[in-house]
Design a protein around this ligand. Structure first.
Ligand code: NDP
Ligand code: 2IT
Length: 449
């Protein structure tokens, strides 16, 4: 529990109102823990009920998504959009399509998005959505019918100045295209209501690469400033083989690292010569196949069933880019025993609280998701700017803005941690720096009653 009575009261309230929502509670606990010194130093926060308000979504929309498969059979999934906080801009955050999606998962993601989006320094509030629909094994037409049905309801609640969804697990260019088409059909308007759009209809150059590239820019700056080191010559392990993992691999390699392992939800591959990214892209992006296929195409590579043992592969830098809680204490200890020097979270909340503590106690540089993977949503905000201007920047322009945003986020998180007596603790620093701007805006805007 916390030293502060205020924090204990707020957390007890969250537990009572959201019973059994373990991911959401985990995310809230971590933020409150970081905010302890901030709450102590700023009595205005308690006096204005800022924490009670920030842990409660402004609006939650849960809806039925009926769709028809290729054989004419009707299916029903559940759709979610949690509009968590609009203090600094329109709600902004991705849509996750995965069978594990439930209210707890969407709320943890939406809650973290508030602070992440604030850290980008761009004017975007926090939101998240998705469905327990599983795009795996579905035909393009089935995915299209699902996306259209999903958007038929979602379109009533979003808008370019209200709430701007984007991709996440299971939602890539194909799904965004189908959803955008349906929104346009229903509303008869061509606006930047979604980001991650295709380049022919308003998408931004470098959005596809942004999360993985941004993660590596952040880790490079962290290595540089905290250890006078870099990616150069380092062995890297990356979990996942989706959007974030693929472009993290590309940038880590460009910066001089060697990526030796990647995974999907069935297992992981190890290639000590350095993973051939073209082969991974062909299997995962073009064929929508399984990562184990890699060993049939690249000599000397090995496949192992199961995900968690990827963290027993010896490396200098670990980049978890698959899903929440994929690194537990045991995996963290295996990485530490093998001499890992830095961990950068590409996925959202991929390390359990015990794993984070293990890394920090062992002196491993630890880049938390809210800060390290903010490049995706930051570039989404740049896509929104370009859409508003009816203009588009070159790849180099967007990439250079992304890079300076990531470098800034590192320094803001580092400085905030130092200011509150937690030097080097980027978890605390990111939570505090993200929180301060949102809290100021909420204070300025008053309480509606
Ligand atoms: P993708 O759907 O493109 O890829 C997800 C990858 O993670 C796949 O390799 C998938 O394997 C694997 N994976 C998914 N769920 C699980 C699971 N339960 N257990 C093990 N492996 C799993 O998603 P993204 O790359 O976009 O997202 C990855 C992570 O990054 C998520 O945490 C997401 O929230 C986060 N993120 C994404 C951003 C973006 O811009 N896309 C921005 C910031 C964060 P399989 O193919 O077998 O399903
Ligand atoms: O978790 C995330 O930040 C995302 N999935 C990206 C959200 C966005 O709006 O681009």
């Amino acid at each position: 529990m916390f030293k502060s009575d205020y924090l204990n009261r707020v957390y007890a309230g969250v537990e009572a109102r959201n019973p059994g929502e373990k991911e959401f509670l985990q995310a809230v606990y971590e933020v409150l823990e970081s905010l302890e010194p901030v709450v102590e130093a700023n009595p205005r926060l308690e006096a204005n009920g800022i924490l009670e308000r920030i842990v409660e979504p402004e609006r939650q929309i849960f809806f039925r998504v009926p769709w028809v498969d290729d054989n004419g059979k009707v299916h029903v999934n559940r759709g979610f959009r949690v509009q968590f906080n609009s203090a600094i801009g329109p709600y902004k955050g991705g849509l996750r399509l995965h069978p594990s999606v439930n209210a707890s998962v969407i709320k943890f993601l939406g809650f973290e998005q508030i602070f992440k989006n604030s850290l980008t320094s761009l004017p975007i509030g926090g939101g998240k959505g998705g469905s327990d629909f599983d795009p795996k094994g579905k035909s393009d037409m089935e995915v299209m019918r699902f996306c259209q049905s999903f958007m038929t309801e979602l379109s009533k609640h979003i808008g370019a100045d209200t709430d701007v969804p984007a991709g996440d697990i299971g939602t890539g260019a194909r799904e965004i295209g189908f959803m955008y088409g349906q929104y346009k059909r229903l509303r008869n308007e061509f606006t930047g209501v979604l980001t991650g759009k295709g380049l022919t209809y308003g998408g931004s150059l470098a959005r596809t690469e942004a999360t993985g590239y941004g993660l590596c820019y952040f880790v490079e700056e962290m290595l540089n400033c905290m250890k006078n080191d870099s990616f150069k010559g380092k062995t890297v392990v990356i979990s996942g083989s989706g959007n974030v993992a693929i472009y993290a691999n590309k940038k880590a390699t460009e910066l001089g690292g060697k990526v030796v392992a990647m995974s999907d939800s069935n297992g992981y591959i190890v290639d000590m010569n350095g993973i051939n990214l073209d082969v991974v892209k062909q299997i995962k992006e073009v064929e929508r196949g399984r990562i184990k296929e890699y060993v049939n195409r690249v000599k000397g590579a090995k496949y192992h069933e199961g995900c968690s043992d990827i963290w027993t592969v010896k490396c200098d830098i670990a980049l978890p880019c698959a899903t929440q809680n994929e690194i537990n204490e045991e995996s963290a200890k295996a990485l530490i025993a093998n001499g890992v020097i830095a961990v950068g979270e590409g996925a959202n909340m991929p390390s359990t609280p015990e794993a984070v503590a293990a890394f920090q106690n062992a002196g491993v540089l630890f880049a938390p998701a809210k800060a390290a993977n903010a490049g995706g949503v930051a570039t989404s905000a740049l896509e929104m700017s370009q859409n508003s201007m009816r203009y588009s920047w070159t790849f180099e322009e967007v990439d250079s803005k992304l890079k300076s945003i990531m470098v800034n986020i590192f320094h803001n998180a580092y400085d905030a941690a130092e200011k509150y007596g937690k030097k080097g603790n980027l978890v605390a620093g990111a939570n505090i720096a993200g929180f301060e701007k949102v809290a100021e805006a909420m204070l300025a805007q008053g309480v509606a009653y």
